[in-house]
Design a protein around this ligand. Structure first.
Ligand SMILES: [Zn+2]
Length: 288
């Protein structure tokens, strides 16, 4: 599902081609970000809003995955959550979003950047939460006076700069939705949302492109043959969705992903800098 506002998946074709799981045309923008990043390093450290001990205890009780984290990862999560709460703005639309709900969202949102770091989320600012499934249906009249009604993505700027849009009913049932949407924002970090996020230097881009393209083709072939796919067939709709869906499996069904798609699991392990299969075979995704 594309809840990440302005996700371009609808424009993607269903087959992997140039630019899918590969550097996009707009990677030059990385240069601008690099320059901006260098400038930011000269500025005072950005805000953090760390949780106090009682807030942290409550979060550990309510976000069940946290009890499975080794102490070093749990400490890193507490740091990331403080950074997330200090730098991101929450906006409830049609609902009041209390601090507890914000803490829960932050806990899940910080899993993908536990080791990558909060800077990977620097291009967007706001988390918008609707009470129920987000359906951005809009009506407008064009210059010719013709009335239109359609589901349209958020404003163009939203694609790279957020906001991230979530539905509380969806994420309360399954926190993996948050990881899914956050993975789209990481994917957007070098311009295109195409299954090719900015990679660490230790990860050869060609290996990423080849492995993900092959896995994506395999999934599409399995579905075409009528086989039962090993992962949610929604991953076959678009390379960006493939990445977001396998990220959900990586964090919450690591043993399954490692068994079925070992090459993908290994690359995601290098990318996220984590080994969730050591936490547990299955990681709970419930909120509270
Ligand atoms: Zn998606």
């Amino acid at each position: 599902m594309i809840l990440y506002a302005g996700g371009k998946a609808a424009e993607h074709t269903a087959t992997a081609g140039p630019g899918h799981f590969a550097p996009g045309e707009v990677m030059l923008r990385d240069l601008h970000k690099l320059v901006r990043g260098l400038g930011q390093r000269l500025l005072p450290a950005p805000a953090t809003a760390p949780l106090d001990d009682s807030e942290w205890r409550r979060l550990r009780l309510d976000a069940a995955f946290m009890d499975l984290l080794p102490p070093a990862d749990l400490n890193a999560l507490r740091e990331r959550v403080g950074e997330f709460l200090g730098r991101k703005t929450f906006k409830g639309i049609g609902m009041r979003l209390d601090p507890w709900q914000q803490h829960l969202i932050a806990a899940y949102a910080c899993l993908p950047i536990l080791r990558i770091g909060i800077d990977a989320y620097r291009d967007w600012q706001t988390v918008i939460v609707y009470p129920d499934t987000f359906a951005p249906e809009q009506e407008w009249v064009d210059e010719a006076g013709v009335h239109h009604q359609a589901v349209v993505p958020q404003a163009g700027e939203a694609w790279e700069r957020g906001p991230v849009v979530l539905s509380w009913s969806d994420i309360a049932a399954d926190g993996a939705v948050i990881v899914h949407e956050m993975t789209h924002t990481l994917d957007a970090g070098n311009g295109d949302v195409n299954g090719f996020p900015p990679l660490p230097r230790t990860l050869p881009p060609a290996e990423w492109t080849d492995t993900f393209s092959a896995a994506y083709r395999r999934l599409q072939e399995e579905i075409e043959r009528g086989d039962e796919p090993a992962i949610d067939p929604y991953a076959a709709t678009d390379p960006a969705e493939f990445l977001a869906v396998v990220a959900e499996y990586f964090f919450f069904s690591p043993a399954h992903l490692q068994a079925e798609w070992p090459a993908i699991y290994r690359l995601l392990g290098l990318y996220f800098g984590l080994e969730p299969h050591r936490w547990a075979n299955e990681i709970p995704t419930r909120l509270s």
